[in-house]
Design a protein around this ligand. Sequence first.
Ligand code: TRH
Length: 385
Amino acid sequence: MASHPERWDIFCRVVDNYGDVGVAWRLARCLAREHAKHVRLFLDDLTVLARLRPDADAALAAQRIDSVDVRRWDEALDERETVPPGEVADVVVETFGCDTPEPYVRAMAARIPHPRWINLEYLSAEEWVEESHALPSPHPRYAPLTRHFFFPGFTSRTGGLLRERDLLGRRDAFQADRATQAEFWRSLTGAVPPDGALKVSLFGYSAAPYWGLLEAMTRHAGPVWVVAPEGAASAAVTAWLHGRPHGERGTLQAFTVAFLDQDRYDELLWACDINFVRGEDSFVRAQWAARPFVWHIYPTDDGAHWVKLGAFLARYTAGMDRAHAARVTALWEGWNRGEPVARTWPAFDAALGAVSPHAEDWAARLAAQPDLATQLANFTDNVLK
Ligand code: TRH
């Protein structure tokens, strides 16, 4: 008897910005392409996907992109009287506690066998994540339906990080090929950075001290090439350039560019010597770029992000020379506090010779772990089944 591909339904609600969809989309694509799952991705805001994937049409209720069946998650889905149990997938993933639609949950309870049910959590380097990863949580009303928490993370006792199978091979080929990089720069900025230029990408929230960073970078010993895709960083660069989209001050040339599609954004990270990133997904992609980076963490009102920032810094700088670790920490913390970087930037800049090999080593260590989609597929196939 021919076996059918396993059916997965992934639900994602946009809380803010791009990261929720960015992560859900990557996961859906990896499961479909690399694990031969039949994946439906339910998104409540398709305009966000259309930013990351310009070939996505935000007006369509259903469309197929890269082997993923993308569906609009609208009110109808929350308010349906009944969902036939046969419509329920074999594995259901809700991302970031987004709450699977109630009628769908009732159908999950009626479906025999019950679907395997995962809540994919936000990424954190905190130690408690290892204890909570893969824990079950029985549904309060529809026992024996049970949800399992799945935590991405940086250690072997977590679910790992999203990493497409061919990602590091493509990165290495790109970073080894000067002609490809020159072509990339020409198509993005209309010019190629001068030899030896320090290439910097800028992506962050509005509170970051972009102005001070740009000023401080004009004092770098050599040419600097700054690129900011559309957003808070590009607005700051435009203001710094007195309203112009690109321009130069001394040996620093700055460019604002359109928001890139997600795959091209990876190339920008690979092409730069330092990447300023934020949130969750660009934060991970900067690590895969194997280059030094500065993380603007998503700020929360309760200040919990400081604990998360500290936990990551502790892991990332472990094994780094203490003076260099202090410089990395000072710039990251100041950047997140919105403080002037007149002192912390030059110190970080001066440490780049040591931080760059560390970034390569860090990426290689992370790559020794299985990626998140593979771990999730193994967990649902071998542990929950
Ligand atoms: O957009 P974000 O701030 O998203 C955040 C985080 O996910 C955070 O954890 C969450 O709590 C909050 O939203 C609600 O940052 P993030 O996670 O880096 O997502 C940005 C996405 O945009 C990522 O997939 C990379 C992509 N991107 C492009 O595709 N092109 C671009 O030009 C740029 C700058 C980013």
